[in-house]
Design a protein around this ligand. Sequence first.
Ligand code: 3PG
Length: 397
Amino acid sequence: FNTIDDMNLDGKVVLTRVDLNVPVDNDQVTDATRIEKIVPTVKDIQAQGGIPVLLAHFDRPKGQRVESMSLKQIVPALEAALGQEVKFGEDCIGGPAKRLVASLNAGDVALLENTRFHEGEESNDSTFTASMAALGSAYVNDAFSAAHRAHASTEGLARLLPAGAGRLMEAELKALDAALGNPQRPVMAVVGGAKVSTKLDLLMNLLDRVEHLVIGGGMANTFLVAKGIEVGKSLAERDMADTARAILAKAEKGGCVIHLPRDIVVAREFKAGADSQVLPVDQCPEDAMILDAGPETVEALREAMTRCRTLIWNGPMGAFEIEPFDRATNAAAQAAAELTREDKLVSVAGGGDTVAALNKAGVAGDFSFISTAGGAFLEWMEGKDLPGVAALEAAVL
Ligand code: 3PG
């Protein structure tokens, strides 16, 4: 695919798709990571003489104009990140958008209103896409985290305008390639989360692509059940036991080592500071639930990690939001951070919960790359084609 470097942007209005779907509380952006990550793209477009006009969605207004989902509330945080005024257009097509774009000069940057206020965004409607395309003469997509959506602003525009990838899109794709596309081996994948049923495609794809697969979180309980181990009151999908057994069999045949808990942290209540015990994996009391992996599991994981060159991580190892059930996640994260600092491991992590867990462990900054994506990261790990990326690959200048 093309990047900003390949494009002639001088004097052009550059429709720039970014992801500004950030957490907001009481009109305040509570995590500006996604906003900060688009700054290099905006600056580089400006350095090449282009005028960036930012397109983005916010939340899921389903084709309606919902004032609480206006992108106007993001403008102050965007101005702070860019260090300049951001001109705001009350709509992303039609009169308001045209007038705003016509008023822009070199060095300016503008943001247009939530693309999802129009039904045509999600249906990728050709008339809607053409109305947006008419506002500019080049398209840059910097929203990897929305690239799993085949929407007008993430996919359609790449077919109507000379198109290329922004800096964040480039960095995300490069990191994912280093983690799973074309990695240094052996590769370890850590997959956590509550349910096997929502991560089935992911597990199946990883079995063929990694040498070590660590299963953590609630989904590990389902694998324990599949192995005939009693898990008491733990969260487990008993109807997925056959599927879990099929995954274990496939892994064994293909030479992928699956790491399951060897010891467990159990409690009778799920609340901060609840009485908890570390027990061997097959000793969960009938009235208790497994909320984390134990220290022996973490030690085995650390040992296996030292023999790997690449780590890809999606999903916490335990109920990390509540102490003391964050210990396995923290310890595994620290082990990965240390090996990365020593240049022994390439470590890539993604997904909302995962990034929150790594931030909580205080090691996110030590990872080789932390993706800004949630759903898109997962779909990419599942081996699916992302429409936003595919459209860039097919785009012409
Ligand atoms: C995200 O927040 O993961 C992206 O912005 C995509 O949002 P969506 O799941 O509403 O499409």
